[in-house]
Design a protein around this ligand. Structure first.
Ligand code: FES
Ligand SMILES: [Fe+2]
Length: 450
């Protein structure tokens, strides 16, 4: 039905939940049901949500199921080759019309009373159209509801439920686009069949906040470090770089100076063995024309990008979606890619990393998930939820350096700039009643001292 609208009548005032000056955050944002409902409307329904990679649904009738907040959607390629994103909810009684996670079909048949929908969502038939409906039902208005907009960036498909959302490339801005470029510029990507899914008893924002967190590594992952499964220098380097983009996008984590980058490149080109932690990262950047595509600053960043609100582009050739399942639960979806024509040895290494670093079997995520769930638990109690959290690290101690290329960045040590930027953006998204208000009032990334 075309009458679907983004409703904005519900409003919880969250303007005091995060103080960007002090870096203090109110914990109830992780557990309050009304805040969660507002997130579904003002963040997930409004924003651009990652759906899938185009290569996952190459043929007509190929579909992949995903979520926009708690709305399940069918991402399906129709006979004209167009990708449609349709609400998986029959307009008759609301039943789902697709129960598979992935597949190929000629149409979507509702298992309740048998309404049948074409690949573009049109209602094309139903039992008893003549006998029971007396040929009076207007099928043209009772199709599956489409997302307001569907667009791709370098093969990565996104959708929004808000017709007034800016174009995807504008929404991503240079930081969001750079985050995807980290993966897309490696070459032609091949999606490895199977999305690894697991649930963690945590609020989705804690999982997002953690990807900028390089403070926890030596403590949370101490066992992995002690066992030598991951190296101390590579996992917790002092060199850090933070890039902040409009609307909450960011990249945070390891990053090296131009001098170190050049030195590493020179040694690698001379055939010297890797001797410092970033040599492997620099070697990765020397493939194809990645260095030119990522730009003079982007090429030196090995941090974690978050495409606001919930898409992490991991250095392991993976994407991780953090899908909310109520305030207390998050579903993590791991998409793994391989780069065509990559040497066999590197493919094997990447696959090993994809299975053993993150995801439910990953040595790191098991540590992380437990901490996120206990942090969520700590925001539930009548006493605990009233107490603030501290996100002050690095506040006022660093500097956003402009760059002639436009790639401004903070080069520093371990910090919490990315987390503060995320919660500030979250607050602005939650306070705005429309895209117009959000675009008029959102913060620009800091300049100079920050
Ligand atoms: S709910 Fe789908 S046909 Fe009735
Ligand atoms: Fe971690």
């Amino acid at each position: 039905m075309s009458e679907q609208l983004i409703t904005t009548d519900r409003q919880v005032d969250v303007s005091q939940c995060f103080n960007p000056q002090t870096g203090t955050l109110q914990r109830h944002i992780f557990t309050d049901e009304a805040i969660y409902q507002q997130e579904l409307e003002r963040i997930f329904a409004r924003g651009w949500n990652f759906m899938c990679h185009e290569s996952q649904i190459p043929a007509a009738g190929d579909f992949f199921m995903n979520w926009i907040g708690e709305d399940e959607v069918i991402v399906v390629r129709d006979r004209e080759g167009k990708i449609n994103v349709l609400l998986n909810s029959c307009p008759h009684r609301g039943n789902t019309v697709c129960r598979a996670e992935i597949g190929n079909t000629r149409s979507f048949f509702c298992s309740y009373h048998g309404w049948n929908f074409d690949l573009d969502g049109r209602l094309v038939g139903m039992p008893g159209e003549k006998e029971f409906y007396r040929d009076e039902i207007d099928k043209s208005v009772w199709g599956l509801s489409p997302a307001a907009k569907v667009e791709s960036y370098r093969g990565f498909v996104f959708a929004t439920l808000d017709p007034s959302a800016p174009a995807l490339a504008d929404y991503l801005g240079w930081v969001g686009r750079l985050g995807i470029d980290f993966l897309a510029s490696k070459g032609e990507l091949e999606f490895l069949d199977g999305v690894v899914k697991n649930r963690i008893q945590c609020n989705w924002k804690l999982a997002v906040d953690n990807l900028y967190d390089w403070y926890h590594v030596k403590v949370s992952h101490g066992t992995a470090l002690k066992l030598g499964l991951v190296s101390d220098a590579a996992m917790a380097p002092m060199d850090q770089m933070v890039l902040l983009g409009e609307l909450g996008h960011g990249i945070g984590g390891p990053g090296i100076s131009e001098e170190k980058f050049q030195d590493s490149m020179r040694r690698l080109q001379a055939g010297e063995p890797a001797s410092v932690w970033y040599d492997r990262n620099v070697a990765d950047r020397m493939t194809g024309n990645m260095i030119e595509e990522l730009g003079p600053v982007g090429k030196r960043s090995f941090g974690h990008p978050n495409i606001f609100p919930n898409l992490w582009v991991a250095l392991t050739n993976q994407l991780c979606l953090r899908i909310p399942r109520g305030p207390f639960e998050t579903e993590l979806w791991w998409f793994t890619f391989q780069v065509n024509d990559e040497p066999e040895e590197r493919r094997k290494f990447n696959l090993f990393m994809a299975n053993h670093v993150f995801g439910p079997a990953g040595i790191l995520e098991q540590d992380d998930g437990e901490n996120w769930s206990h942090s969520t638990r700590g925001a539930k109690g009548a006493f605990g939820k009233k107490l603030p959290l501290n996100f002050a690290m690095g506040k006022g101690s660093d500097r956003m350096e402009a760059d002639a290329s436009g790639q401004s960045r903070i080069e520093t040590v371990v910090n919490e700039h990315g987390q503060r930027w995320t919660y500030q953006a979250w607050q602005e998204w939650m306070q705005a009643d429309s895209w117009e208000t959000l675009l008029a009032n959102h913060s620009q990334p800091p300049q100079g001292d920050c």
